[in-house]
Design a protein around this ligand. Structure first.
Ligand code: FE
Length: 200
């Protein structure tokens, strides 16, 4: 069965003024859609055709001869996950409860988490992703280049922020730090992150 482009979990203008409808039309409607189309083309008729996205990713991770499949499959997964990491009127303090307690326990404070997460996004040279992951029972911040993702490293993703220029350039031009601050203050869907932690 072919992979499909998931609908955005909110209206295409719902993240304005922080992320514009114009950005989402390109980012979801063109970039994400192209990864889905490319992946289906690459898988057609192969033994990976019909496998779940996660199974495709883990099957080809680290195989240089399958880099095209890995990049497109991972970008399909990354973007589907990223849309759910945001919501209208999100951001700010994490919800109280298990997630807040875990952040305090593993980072020392919410402020320390914010600082490390922003640093990961800022220091990812070129295209990539900043992540909050669960690794061996501990929350950690990581960054990955291009399409790479925690799943390829045996880690559980809880939150991601796309730092490819296509995620922010129309709204923030070269000001990646402003996009990252807005992402954390106004957009993060902490309920989604808490649910990912609870399911881990
Ligand atoms: Fe993207």
């Amino acid at each position: 069965m072919a992979h499909t482009l998931p609908a955005l979990p909110y209206a295409i203008n719902a993240l304005e003024p922080h992320i514009s409808e114009n950005t989402l039309e390109f980012h979801h409607g063109k970039h994400h859609a192209a990864y889905v189309a490319n992946l289906n083309k690459l898988l057609d008729g192969t033994d990976l055709d019909g496998k779940s996205l996660e199974d495709v990713i883990t099957a080809v991770a680290g195989d240089a001869s399958k880099a095209g499949v890995f990049n497109n499959a991972a970008q399909v997964w990354n973007h589907s996950f990223y849309w759910q990491c945001m919501k209208p009127a999100g951001g700010g303090q994490p919800p109280s409860g298990a997630l807040a307690e875990k952040i305090n326990a593993d980072f020392g404070s919410f402020e320390a988490f914010v600082e490390q997460f922003k640093a990961a996004g800022a220091t990812q040279f070129g295209s990539g992703w900043a992540w909050l992951i669960l690794d061996g029972g501990t929350l950690k911040i990581t960054k990955t280049a291009n399409a790479d993702l925690p799943l390829a490293h045996g880690q559980k993703a809880l939150l991601t922020m796309d730092v490819w220029e296509h995620a922010y350039y129309l709204d923030y031009q070269n000001k990646r730090p402003d996009y990252m601050t807005t992402f954390l203050d106004k957009l993060v869907n902490w309920d989604f992150v808490a649910a990912n932690l609870a399911a881990a």
